[in-house]
Design a protein around this ligand. Structure first.
Ligand SMILES: Nc1nc2c(c(=O)[nH]1)N[C@H]1C(S)=C(S)[C@@H](COP(=O)(O)O)O[C@H]1N2
Ligand SMILES: [Mo]
Length: 245
């Protein structure tokens, strides 16, 4: 009761204050600018959290091509592939309370999401595939992000023209419900060319954001010190960091 009275009192004082500010032209301008900003922020947030279109099984592309790296050219990867990735680990670290080291079995036992989406590559081709895996959000919850964490970096096993592939997203995309760590394509374990054993699906963005051959997930406060500092392999070579589709 006391608390409520306090709140009502504060609200009334605030309303009175606002009415006074609004009396002056400058005050009214500030208030309407604030409302405008709030409306724009709201619209932007709604746009960023909206779901990508999901398709039916009848829409599946008969063949989902492999692009960029189609394998990892190391003896360790060939050995891992031969033994069905029994020892593959996904390391989750950086600005987290509880660093994790997850096996494929751990990842398959988490709650799963399956989604049929269209992949769009900047090179001008698209393909529709069905992806299955846990939401990245579930794993981040388990690891416990520290308040300083602003971006999630995806580490990959492959090198392209001599540099390690990597990618990153902000926390809106990290917690987007369709952002999953896929271990299956069209109901089968992920093929080698499509990033076996694990690859990201970042459904609101272009193909190059979807890191394949995933080995690590790292929470960071800044992207400046990673790679050449632009947030991803292709971003370091001039592509947009935010590649919305
Ligand atoms: N590790 C890694 N991830 C990668 C790439 C790559 O070369 N290496 N290529 C990217 C690009 S440009 C696209 S279009 C998609 C291709 O995914 P796909 O091979 O399953 O078609 O993976 C993206 N993720
Ligand atoms: Mo691409």
């Amino acid at each position: 009761m006391k608390r409520r009275n306090l709140l009502v009192g504060a609200g009334a004082a605030l309303a009175a204050g606002c009415a006074k500010v609004a009396e002056s032209d400058a005050g009214a301008a500030v208030l309407s600018a604030a409302e405008d900003w709030h409306r724009k922020a709201q619209r932007l947030f709604a746009a960023r959290t909206a779901l990508a279109k999901e398709y039916d099984r009848s829409d599946l592309s008969p063949y989902f091509r492999g692009n960029g790296s189609r394998t990892v050219d190391t003896d360790a990867y060939r050995a891992a592939l031969a033994e069905g990735f029994a020892d593959w680990r996904l390391e989750v670290g950086g600005l987290v309370r509880h660093p994790l080291s997850l096996s494929l079995e751990n990842i398959r036992r988490l709650p799963q999401r399956t989604q049929i989406t269209r992949h769009d590559c900047v090179e001008g081709w698209s393909a529709i595939g069905e992806w299955t895996g846990p939401q990245l959000g579930t794993i981040l919850e388990g690891a416990g992000l520290l308040p300083q964490a602003k971006y999630i970096v995806f580490r990959c096993a492959d090198t392209l023209y001599g540099s390690r592939y990597y990618e990153s997203v902000d926390l809106i995309d990290a917690y987007h419900p369709q952002t999953i760590i896929a271990h299956a394509l069209n109901g089968e374990p992920l093929p080698e060319k499509n990033g076996a054993p694990l690859r990201m699906r970042i459904e609101r963005q272009l193909g190059y954001k979807h890191a394949k051959y995933l080995t690590g997930i790292e929470a960071v406060a800044s992207l400046d010190e990673i790679g050449r500092g632009e947030g991803g392999y292709w971003e370091d070579r001039g592509y947009q960091w935010y590649a919305g589709v």
